[in-house]
Ligand binder design. Structure first.
Ligand SMILES: Cc1cc2nc3c(=O)[nH]c(=O)nc-3n(C[C@H](O)[C@H](O)[C@H](O)COP(=O)(O)OP(=O)(O)OC[C@H]3O[C@@H](n4cnc5c(N)ncnc54)[C@H](O)[C@@H]3O)c2cc1C
Length: 381
């Protein structure tokens, strides 16, 4: 018997385990393959804030998460002696047209109001150019650039390894890799594993990425799907660059400078695909665009091509919290493109709800219940 069963050893499941350990819950985390086998084990690791305009609860949640992540990581790095490859290196976005500069100037003012916390002010600076020669092609930035000082990056695999290392020393959490949940009885509180064994639990967190949706659908018993996979491809290059350079972002293309000269380029966004794990010409196109935008990486060899499936919930926002029909079952999924910046806060809210029984400050559009209501509405059409 476990107080808590966590299904999935990606960024969501690992943070859930960290929060459960802090709450003193006897916890088993099961991962069907190995830690980081899913979307979390990629290469990009951009921590990108939402736009600073039209502020709302969802943006505030992510803003606070992006700030607190820095402190969380620093504490875990100190404790484990491992590096998560985190740096608040900021982000630059080229402004190709004059009207984009006009909009960016408005956002500069919005950031002054909305991007403040505890005496810290983050900026959406509008500048004529970015000075680090060769990092951004000036031709792409005819109307200037935005330099955002809130964005950061983390190295996904070292980050997961650090969380796992912390958990392996914890008092309350046991990690079992190579163990897949195949069935959940939400009433009895019992999970059945692929090897036929079972585990009774007080609560269960479904943090198994794109595979969380079929579990939720099975429990919800409404026709339709609570979420879908969106494939993404990315690549890792070996360059000779300053790791402090900001993330370059434009039109879905990211170029992320990591430590030791590594540079990640991403990402495609594919709603239909035949092979979840393959990379193809779409990644070649992306690499060509990246080399055009960032001259410093033109001659950098590609050392890895990678693909993964992002979990996108029916309501597009993350799906977290108690299932409306099954009080023992909690979702922690649907982070889509922003999981790395918010997983710790989502996990804290979900574990808080398990321990305290009440809503823990999740924006309503994130709640599992809201997604299920949408599913029911779709089914009734
Ligand atoms: C190309 C690409 C680039 C991206 N870039 C960024 C980025 O820059 N910043 C960002 O924040 N996000 C980014 N994302 C999105 C991010 O990677 C995902 O949102 C995040 O990894 C999802 O984490 P997760 O823990 O929910 O799922 P996963 O990491 O997929 O973890 C789920 C785990 O559950 C396990 N599992 C599945 N079924 C079972 C079962 N039945 N029993 C036990 N275990 C099971 C899987 O093996 C897997 O390890 C990117 C995604 C892609 C594909």
């Amino acid at each position: 018997m476990a107080d808590l069963l966590i299904v999935g050893g990606g960024i969501m499941g690992l943070w859930a385990a960290v929060m459960a350990d802090r709450a003193g819950l006897e916890t088993v985390l099961v991962e069907r393959d190995r830690i980081g086998a899913g979307a979390s084990g990629g290469v990009l690791g951009a921590l990108m804030p939402h736009m600073p305009d039209r502020w709302n609860a969802k943006k505030q949640f992510q803003f606070e998460a992006l700030i607190s992540l820095e402190t969380e990581i620093a504490a875990l790095e100190a404790e484990t002696g491992l590096s998560a490859g985190y740096r608040r290196s900021g982000r630059i976005m080229p402004l190709a047209k004059p009207h984009l500069r006009t909009i960016a100037l408005r956002h500069e003012q919005d950031a002054l109001v909305n991007w403040r916390s505890g005496g810290r002010q983050f900026h959406w600076h509008v500048q004529d150019r970015f000075h680090d020669g060769g990092w951004l092609n000036a031709d792409a930035a005819e109307s200037g650039v935005v330099f955002d000082t809130l964005a950061a990056r983390v190295a996904p695999r070292p980050f997961l390894a650090m969380l796992a290392s912390h958990l392996r020393r914890s008092r309350h959490v046991r990690i079992e890799e190579g163990q897949a949940v195949v069935h959940i009885d939400p009433v009895a509180g019992r999970a059945t594993f692929i090897d036929g064994s079972t585990l009774s639990f007080g609560a269960c967190i479904l943090a198994n990425g794109v595979q969380a949706f079929p579990f939720i659908d099975e429990l919800t018993k409404v026709p339709g799907v609570s979420g879908v996979p969106v494939k993404g491809q990315a690549a890792l290059l070996q360059a000779d660059i300053d790791p402090d350079l900001p993330v370059v972002f434009t039109d879905g293309l990211y170029v992320v400078a990591h430590e030791n000269g590594l540079v990640a380029v991403g990402s495609t966004s594919e709603n239909t695909f035949e092979n979840a794990a393959s990379t193809d010409g779409q990644l070649d196109d992306l690499l060509r665009q990246a080399a055009e935008l960032v001259p410093l990486i033109r001659r950098a060899p590609v050392i890895e091509r990678w693909a993964g499936l992002r979990p996108k919930a029916i309501g597009r926002d993350p799906m977290a919290g108690r299932h409306p029909d099954h009080p023992r079952i909690h979702a922690l999924a649907g982070g889509f493109k922003i999981s790395f910046g918010i997983a710790h806060r989502l996990a804290s809210a979900v574990v808080g709800e398990i321990v305290g029984g009440t809503d823990q400050g999740l924006p309503s559009s994130f709640r599992c219940q809201t997604h299920i209501e949408l599913l029911r509405k779709e089914a009734a059409k």
